[in-house]
Design a protein around this ligand. Structure first.
Ligand code: ADP
Ligand code: MG
Length: 259
């Protein structure tokens, strides 16, 4: 059975897609079978994996509205699979309102491919929308990327409350796997202060790995190659690789406790 994680934060530009793509590639490099689901109509994760979002026969949109299966819409990237997205997905939000059990459309669809992967990762849009709700209903855990800046904690309580609600009403298995500090600049005193504050508040929910601000990670999407594969020796790539390993260890530890 696949372990399903969504990468969520309702703020835009906080590193969700970069984290989703590099975690997918990092896990693939660690010999895990991975499906990356792009659940953002911007299709950045799709493009970042080298898949042309404008040339898709079907995408996650068709899957959500029942016009295609996950297998039909899935494409292969370098080392892992992608269930891609493009602008059409924005329409799904409106169309799904009509459906019964609209929050669990993705969960029901992914059940078909559950046995084929070790990890399914979902890149969420920057909103606590019906799409994000669909992601939260599928997931065993949420990874929350955040920048260590003044407003970092603002909005976090909305996300945490949403996760609690989903846990209570729709998906009792859901937990926050961890907070990931991204785009970290150690020269900024403020970043260090916020980072310390996060550790104090959230303890071991904060991943040990810190992702630095690194230009190679920002350049990689324009080549359609995940940063961890684009320049393996860069600081950013090495950080995301160690994050992938930390994820595997954390997931195994959680599984061992549950058993
Ligand atoms: P989100 O998906 O939350 O909107 P993105 O992952 O798209 O955020 O990141 C926003 C921007 O920041 C992108 O241009 C991305 O390339 C850049 N970026 C993300 N992480 C890093 C990093 N660690 N170092 C440098 N640039 C980064
Ligand atoms: Mg994004």
């Amino acid at each position: 059975m696949a372990k399903v994680f969504c990468i969520a934060n309702q703020k835009g530009g906080v590193g969700k897609t970069t984290t989703a793509v590099n975690l997918a590639a990092g896990l693939a490099m660690a010999k895990q079978r991975v499906l990356l689901v792009d659940l953002d109509p911007q299709g950045n994760a799709t493009m970042g994996c080298g898949v042309d979002k404008r040339a898709l026969k079907s995408s996650v949109y068709q899957v959500l509205v029942g016009m295609a299966s996950v297998q039909e819409a899935t494409v292969h990237a370098e080392g892992f699979d992608v269930l891609p997205a493009n602008r059409e997905l924005a329409g799904a939000e409106v169309e799904m309102v009509e459906f019964e059990s609209r929050e669990v459309r993705l969960r029901e669809a992914l059940a078909d491919v559950d046995g084929q992967y070790d990890f399914i990762l979902i890149d969420c849009p920057p909103a606590l929308s019906l799409l994000t709700l669909n992601a939260l209903c599928c997931a065993h855990g949420v990874v929350i990327p955040m920048q260590c800046e003044y407003y970092a904690l603002e909005g976090l309580s909305d996300l945490v409350n949403t996760i609690k609600q989903v846990c209570k009403n729709l998906n009792p298995n859901l937990t926050i796997i961890g907070l990931l500090r991204v785009m970290f600049d150690p020269r900024m005193t403020l970043a260090q202060q916020v980072s310390d504050q996060l550790e104090k508040h959230f303890g071991n929910k904060v991943f040990k790995t810190i992702i630095p601000r690194n230009v190679r990670l920002a350049e990689a999407p324009s080549y359609g190659i995940p940063g961890v594969m684009f320049d393996k020796t860069s600081k950013g790539a090495r950080a995301y690789l160690s994050f992938a390993n930390e994820m595997v260890a954390r997931v195994n530890a959680t599984a061992a406790v549950a058993a």
